[in-house]
Design a protein around this ligand. Structure first.
Ligand SMILES: Cc1cc2nc3c(=O)[nH]c(=O)nc-3n(C[C@H](O)[C@H](O)[C@H](O)COP(=O)(O)OP(=O)(O)OC[C@H]3O[C@@H](n4cnc5c(N)ncnc54)[C@H](O)[C@@H]3O)c2cc1C
Ligand code: SF4
Length: 554
């Protein structure tokens, strides 16, 4: 893309994850079926290559590939292993017990483990073969509007110093005008967030709530775990009354194992630290014996939108559609979003093809996307679990009971629609929190040896995260004065605890004056700070294209 020009396209897709790539591929197919070959489809991805910013578990429900890639045999898709062993374990500090049954929706036999990075690379090749233009290493900063309607996007200006002054190599971002813009930015999309606000697309919706997943990929000695083995863990180190989540351990080909801890960001302890909790979890004998003799290969972290059906914004407007995680397509009860991301991309593609043929890209025309959703498998799956995550806001036990009533009543439960609060608003201040602080809870388990357990900076090394120094900091304090008064004085700088990449440091000088220091270069683009910072203290804006992690098999 030539950065000074205005580029025009028929359809522009922002984000090269499963949802964006599915939209691109299915749109190319749909147009071909209608005999149309003069429409331009562009896809822009901020990672330095397709797949480099994609992180998932991942165990994928493969049924979607039958409709998405009908001519491709499942054996040709670069999935990892078919799941043959599938157990849910309950951990206490010292014991592990397999549950005699799977929690509803969690059966994984017949599903496939996979690297989402690898899957995306494969899908990008298919898209390019069908004529889709893919531009990776470009960051979309905002949409542009014409007469109050979305009319395309602008990519980020580059060559700016950290005060915002233009340098010699300054290049203005490219304006891309598009008849239809499809936002596929994944969890907490930074452009989607602005558009949803600007167009009031979430009026009447539940607050979107999130989890943070921290993941490592290991290479282990043969025999530690078989490919196709899936373990999910409940219990330790999370507290059943106040922390929602659990661990995953997936045995992969070539003696690799993907493992991680996923924790709901509606926890209340301002000192809670998901990255450190994962290092504690790894020390549990059930987990440590699987990793014994192994070495870490990669590290990463990402959030997941968990609010479900009631938190989904209206995902279409004039010239605009939103797909995948950015629109909340994820079923928390299954820890799965990839098949829904693909299905949403396909539905948006069908609506886009119809709109291009009729020449009508208005919201009335694109509401066809919503019509398709209401008749889809995605709708059936998400509507059935519509109250699942909200039920757990008072803890796992009460949540389990509420969920049982939802199963009997087709998702309604006895209380009907359950609401949520913003993750940033449920954190307690230091004074209000009466529980045992995180460091005290896990005393003796928070010394990391850099071989088996890792501090954040060492783990970041394994994400290969990198950011060009000369740019405005992409982590914006919305109100610096208020940040000191509220986030530091009242909450003790929870960002230093919840950021899994040690981007935030609370520095105290000799006089005892405290200030926040930001090491933006470490950021792995998980978006937790944009979600969890008290008083909405921080906004994550997109850094230069190509910056960020460089995942290979996440
Ligand atoms: C720890 C963890 C475990 C999970 N486990 C599973 C599982 O086992 N099974 C399952 O089905 N699902 C799982 N999920 C969920 C699943 O990964 C997501 O639902 C899925 O990846 C969503 O696809 P997407 O295309 O919407 O977003 P993504 O895969 O996140 O892709 C979005 C893309 O957009 C790009 N982008 C974002 N903003 C911009 C911008 N402004 N400009 C340019 N590019 C941009 C990003 O770099 C990224 O490549 C898991 C998620 C996590 C975090
Ligand atoms: S700075 Fe924010 S987005 Fe980046 S790694 Fe830390 S919490 Fe995640």
């Amino acid at each position: 893309m030539d950065s000074t020009d205005t580029v025009s396209t028929d359809v522009l897709i922002v984000g090269g994850g499963p949802s964006g790539l599915a939209a691109a591929i299915h749109l190319a197919d749909s147009l071909k079926k209608r005999g149309i070959d003069d429409k331009r489809i562009m896809l822009i991805e901020k990672g330095n290559a397709i797949g480099s910013h994609n992180l998932s578990g991942a165990v994928i429900d493969p049924k979607i590939f039958k409709t998405f890639l009908p001519d491709v045999d499942i054996s040709e898709i670069p999935l990892d292993s078919e799941v043959t062993v599938d157990k849910t374990m309950f951990l206490t500090e010292t014991s592990d017990n397999a549950l005699p049954f799977h929690p509803p929706y969690m059966n994984n036999i017949g599903n496939y483990s996979a690297s989402i990075s690898k899957l995306c690379k494969y899908l990008a090749q298919i898209a390019e073969d069908k004529g889709v233009e893919i531009y990776s290493g470009f960051a979309v900063e905002d949409v542009i509007y014409k007469d109050g309607k979305v009319s395309g996007v602008k990519t980020k200006d580059t060559g700016v110093d950290h005060h915002g002054k233009n340098l010699k190599n300054f290049q203005e971002g490219t304006t891309v005008e598009a008849a239809i813009t499809i936002l596929a930015e994944g969890t907490r999309g930074s452009v989607a967030k602005k558009v949803i606000d600007a167009l009031d697309l979430d009026t009447g919706c539940n607050e979107q709530i999130y989890s943070l997943g921290v993941k490592e990929l290991w290479s282990v000695p043969e025999g530690n775990i078989e490919a196709g083995t899936v373990y999910h863990t409940m219990g330790y180190p999370l507290q059943s009354g106040s922390e929602f989540g659990g661990g995953f351990i997936y045995g992969l080909e070539d003696n690799k194992v993907a493992l991680g801890l996923v924790v709901g960001l509606d926890y209340k302890d301002p000192s809670f630290d998901v990255h450190a909790a994962m290092q504690v979890w790894k020390q549990h004998p059930f987990v440590s014996k699987i990793l014994e003799g192994g070495t870490i290969q990669e590290f990463g972290a990402k959030t997941l939108p968990e609010g479900g059906y009631y938190a989904m914004p209206k995902f279409y407007d004039d010239n605009l559609m939103i797909v995948g995680d950015s629109a909340g397509f994820l079923t928390t009860a299954r820890l799965k979003g990839i098949h829904l991301a693909i299905e949403s991309g396909m539905m948006a593609a069908k609506a886009a093809a119809k709109a291009l043929v009729s020449g009508d890209t208005s919201k009335a025309s694109l509401s066809y996307y919503n019509e398709l959703f209401e008749q889809s498998n995605a709708y059936e799956e998400m509507y059935r679990a519509r109250n699942f995550r909200q039920a757990f806001d008072k803890g796992m036990l009460l949540g389990g009971l509420q969920f049982a009533t939802q199963l009997i009543t087709g998702g309604a439960g006895v209380l009907g629609r359950l609401r949520t609060e913003k993750d940033s608003e449920v954190l307690m201040s230091l004074n209000a929190f009466t529980g045992v602080p995180f460091a005290q809870r896990f005393e003796g388990k928070l010394e990391f040896d850099k071989k088996f357990t890792f501090d954040k900076v060492t783990d970041v090394f394994y994400s290969k995260a990198n950011h060009e120094e000369e740019q405005l900091c992409h982590l914006v304090l919305n109100n610096p004065e208020n940040y000191n008064k509220v986030n530091i004085e009242q909450y003790g700088c929870p960002e230093a605890s919840f950021c899994p990449a040690e981007v935030y440091e609370l520095h105290t000088d000799k006089e005892g004056h405290k200030e926040l220091r930001i090491h933006a270069e470490n950021c792995v683009h998980c978006k937790t700070c944009d979600i969890k910072s008290p008083a909405a203290g921080i906004t994550w804006v997109v850094p230069y294209g190509g910056d960020g992690p460089d995942y290979e098999y996440m």
